[in-house]
Each structure stands twice: as structure tokens, then as C-alpha cells.
Ligand binder design. Structure first.
Ligand code: SF4
Length: 343
């Protein structure tokens, strides 16, 4: 392989016998010469680690920012969204498994430079770039360089992530990333081990760190029947979210549809979704949403003080109603944690 067309990885250590240890994510893969890491896209070539996906793009689209989902960040706008292949987790229910579990050899990839990406995002009229569809961390080198240029041009950055990233790279990328939607995929180590092939604790650490680094964070919890849907687990998760963010936590419970290796399961019953909503509210969280249920009652943002409809959502139709440009409720004046209100 011609290493001139590859990018040497950031965050790794050289070990004895031409082995390397990747320190980008909590797996900390020890990779022998000629082998790749768990994510499929970082390869040891002759004792150095390379990214195989620098500038290798699998998909580009303009999406409603609510699709990420981000409900409290530039609501009602569209965002330039981009992905590569690979992932550092192996979720049995992955909805994007065609790209997340692919390698560079089994999908056609378009080559782009960081400058190309920023130029295209601007041409499309986007105010930002979302690293999404597959895990952004695993093409860190590319999104770091692109995000630096994007920031200079006034674009904001969004990570839609599984939170499986180590502290130092998180600190570095968070200088250029304004908002993250982080998946908390379940609330037991057992679930993480069996269903996604990872660990829960590092994800919870990432959530806290991202918040402390000043990133706007919203959390998604996909409720899968029989696997992570019991009320005790949902309550523990909700208590934790409240401990981290207080009453202004923003939580999206998402409804599972059978997919990939879990196509034997059934869609999450509405009763379970409503129960999760109530539990999170009981634990004091003001901003709880239900995804994939297509009921505007559970997609709309209400003022926690007076109950006014602040942002009415019906699918991806967004109407900003009782919200002032400074983020206060028009009816009672309460400050609402929403960034970037475009009337
Ligand atoms: S980023 Fe990839 S190679 Fe590096 S530790 Fe994580 S899974 Fe392993």
C-alpha cells in the first residue's frame, strides 16, 4: 500500500516488534504490523499507524438538524452532513450497518480534501457541518482538519457520536465542535458488552467531559424491547442525566425498528415509550422527546415554567412560536437552553 496517499494517525504509540497501540478510543487496540483495528479503518503499516479513510467520503446530504437529533441547536435549519465507513462499536441493531460495518474495499468512496468539504458546505448554504451516519471519531484526522478550516469560515461543527473517544482527542476536537448528540445505548455494562461490543463507563465519561468542555450536548437513548427497556434501567439513566445536566438535560428516547442482526425483535411498543417519557419527567428532566413515534406532542418544546409551546414540531416541520431571539419564553420570560434561534 502506498503510504503517500494515507494519513498517519494521531494518538497512537509505537510498541516493540513493530506493533502499535491506538489511543483514539477506549478500545486502545494493540495492532500488529499489517493488521487493522476494530474500527476497520486504521492500519499498522511497518510499525506506524495510518488512517485509511482520510478524505474518503461515503455519503453527503443536507439534513434538517432535527434529524441528528438536535432540538436545541439552531432549530429549523438544515445542515451539511457527511460520513465515511467504519465504526468502533458493533451494534447488533445498527441502522447504518451498510456503511458502519463496511471497509474501504467494499463501498465506492469519493475522495475529498478538507477544503473541498468546507467549500461544498458553503455552496449548499449550510451554517455548519455534521459528522454523522457513521462514527466521526474513527476518521478523526480528517474531521479535525476540516473542522479547523470550517471554523475559520464561520461554520459550526456537529458530532453525532457513540461517545467512544478518549479524553485527549475529545479535548482537541471540542475546540472546533459546537454541538454533539451522544448515544447512550443502554445503561448496563452487560448491554454494552453483549449488544454493542463496548463499555458503558467511557461513554458516560465522554458525556460529562463534553459538557464540561462547553459543547452543547443532547443525549439519545434508543429503547430496544427486552434488551434495555426495563423501567429500572430507564430510571437509572434518567437520574444520571439529571445529575450531569440538571433540569436542563435534553433527552431523546428513540423508538427501535427491527434491523440488521436484531430483525427478530419487534418495534418498541408505544406504552414503553410513554413510560420512559414519564420516568424522565418524574426525575426532573424538562426537555424529554420521543423519536420515531411521529407524535407532535412529544416532539414539541414547551416552556417548563408556563407550559407555552416554544417550538412546535411535526416531523421535520418546525415552527418557532413563543421564543424570543435571546432564547427566553415570550410568555413568561424564562430562559430556555436553546442555541441559535432563527425566526
Ligand atoms: S479508533 Fe479504531 S483502531 Fe483506534 S482504538 Fe478505536 S477501534 Fe481501535
Amino acid at each position: 500500500m502506498d503510504t503517500n496517499i494515507l494519513k498517519e494517525a494521531l494518538y497512537y504509540k509505537k510498541l516493540e516488534s513493530k506493533k502499535v497501540r491506538c489511543e483514539l478510543c477506549p478500545h486502545r487496540c494493540i495492532i500488529e504490523n499489517g493488521k487493522i483495528g476494530i474500527c476497520n479503518v486504521r492500519k499498522n503499516i511497518d510499525g506506524s499507524l495510518y488512517s485509511l479513510v482520510y478524505g474518503k467520503v461515503s455519503a453527503i446530504a443536507m439534513d434538517p438538524i432535527e434529524k441528528k437529533p438536535l432540538f436545541h441547536f439552531h432549530p429549523g435549519t438544515w445542515i451539511f452532513s457527511i460520513s465515511t465507513v467504519g465504526c468502533n462499536l458493533k451494534c447488533k441493531h445498527c441502522q447504518n450497518w451498510e456503511i458502519s460495518q463496511a471497509t474501504i474495499d467494499n463501498l465506492p468512496l469519493r475522495h475529498m480534501s478538507p477544503e473541498d468539504v468546507v467549500k461544498l458546505a458553503l455552496e449548499e448554504g449550510s451554517s455548519g457541518i455534521a459528522w454523522t451516519y457513521n462514527e466521526p471519531t474513527i476518521w478523526f484526522e480528517f474531521n479535525l482538519e476540516t473542522s479547523k478550516i470550517a471554523k475559520d469560515k464561520g461554520l459550526y461543527g456537529v458530532y453525532v457520536t457513540n461517545g467512544y473517544i478518549n479524553e485527549d482527542p475529545l479535548k482537541e476536537i471540542s475546540k472546533y465542535i459546537d454541538a454533539m448528540n451522544i448515544d447512550v445505548k443502554g445503561f448496563t455494562e452487560d448491554f454494552y458488552r453483549k449488544i454493542v461490543s463496548g463499555k458503558l463507563e467511557p461513554v458516560l465519561e465522554t458525556v460529562k467531559r463534553a459538557k464540561d468542555l462547553g459543547v452543547h450536548v443532547e443525549i439519545t437513548y434508543l429503547i430496544i424491547p427486552t434488551l434495555n427497556d426495563n423501567t429500572e434501567e430507564i430510571r437509572k439513566f434518567s437520574k444520571w442525566a439529571f445529575d450531569v445536566f440538571g433540569e436542563n438535560a435534553i433527552v431523546h428516547f428513540s423508538r427501535f425498528h427491527p434491523d440488521y442482526m436484531l430483525s427478530n425483535l419487534y418495534e418498541t411498543p408505544m406504552k414503553t415509550m410513554l413510560s420512559a417519557y414519564e420516568i424522565a419527567k418524574e426525575e426532573g428532566i424538562n426537555f424529554v422527546y420521543l423519536g420515531n413515534v411521529w407524535d407532535e406532542k412529544y416532539e414539541t418544546t414547551y416552556c417548563p415554567n408556563c407550559g407555552a409551546e416554544l417550538i412546535k414540531r411535526s416531523g421535520y416541520r418546525i415552527e418557532i412560536r413563543n421564543l424570543n431571539p435571546d432564547g427566553t419564553c415570550k410568555v413568561c420570560g424564562r430562559k430556555i437552553p436553546i442555541i441559535g434561534i432563527h425566526q
